[in-house]
Write a protein that binds this ligand. Structure first.
Ligand code: COA
Length: 181
């Protein structure tokens, strides 16, 4: 943990960039969480090295940023959170994606971690609006995004291809103004 640079720290978890050095730990987490993730997350589980390597190339340019949520006491990874499809100019917006892992689910780590992510996105990254798209039957994710302060904006039929089908999603968003109101 000595050389870890955190971007933001809360009482129990901290936010840092994902890196190739995280492969082994993440591969184990993705293996244990395959069932949890399959129905809700696009792309396959990141278990094989080649898949992880391919996944990491998405963060080469300025369009996507990949983060991990880690326990502060042990450094263990408890969640993944991406800021995707970053649009600059007059939008300064992005879409977030996130997942917990089976062994540390339901402890509040993701609520705290997404709070840190929002702070980093609206602070260091200079973004103004974050969007989260969530399937209507993903109750845990809907509870989470509400707790973090996002508001429901609308409904997008056949929004994303996940687990073998085009899935409807609810569109939730948060702007800087909503965090300062
Ligand atoms: C969506 C997802 C990230 C939510 O994870 P989570 O573990 O429920 O989120 P948190 O870590 O914030 O835990 C919150 C829960 O812990 C409970 N909790 C227990 N101890 C707690 C504590 N000390 N502090 C805060 N909350 C605590 C909360 O009450 C809450 O329970 P609730 O959802 O029943 O109200 C997770 O279900 C997941 O990864 N799903 C699969 C992937 C996915 O759906 N991704 C999102 C796609 S849109």
């Amino acid at each position: 943990m000595a050389d870890v640079i955190y971007l933001a720290e809360g009482p129990r978890v901290a936010l840092r960039y994902i890196s190739m050095r995280d492969f082994e730990e993440l591969s184990g987490l993705h293996q244990e969480s395959a069932q949890l993730l399959a129905r809700w997350m696009p792309g396959g589980p990141l278990v094989a090295y080649e898949d992880f390597e391919r996944y990491m190339t998405r963060f080469d340019g300025p369009v996507h940023e990949g983060f991990l949520i880690c326990r502060r006491d042990t450094g263990a990874i408890v969640g993944r959170a991406n800021v995707n499809n970053i649009i600059r100019g007059t939008h300064q917006s992005a879409m977030i994606g996130y997942s917990a892992y089976a062994s540390t689910l339901g402890r509040g780590y993701m609520t705290e971690g997404l709070g840190l992510l929002v702070g980093h996105a609206f602070g260091e990254m200079g973004l103004h609006r974050l969007e989260a798209n969530i399937q209507p039957d993903n109750a845990a994710s809907l509870r989470l995004i509400k707790r973090v302060g996002f508001q429901r904006e609308g409904y997008s039929p056949n929004f994303q291809f996940i687990d073998g089908a085009w899935r409807d999603h609810e569109r939730w968003a948060l702007t800087v103004e909503m965090t300062t109101a």
